[in-house]
Design a protein around this ligand. Structure first.
Ligand SMILES: [Zn+2]
Length: 77
């Protein structure tokens, strides 16, 4: 059997708890960023008439509903 002192037991318990919290935090942050990127991808800005609209289609060339010009989906967001 492994002999461990109380101070090491408290240290290991606290370290494992904090590692679990860190892993959960990083996981939720990755999910949140992925959702934010999907939402930002749907927002399109028309450079001809300065209107903003949302389009959930998969194509990269989108027709503006106001002026009808073709807009390219921005990939920097
Ligand atoms: Zn437009």
């Amino acid at each position: 059997m492994i002999q461990i002192t109380l101070s090491w037991f408290v240290f290991l318990d606290l370290a494992l708890f904090l590692a679990g919290v860190l892993i959960l935090w990083l996981g939720y942050e990755l999910i949140r960023k992925r959702r934010a990127n999907l939402i930002a991808r749907d927002r399109v800005f028309c450079r001809i008439c300065n209107s903003r609209y949302t389009d959930t289609s998969a194509s990269d060339l989108l027709h503006c509903p106001v002026c009808g010009s073709l807009n390219e989906r921005s990939t920097d967001a």
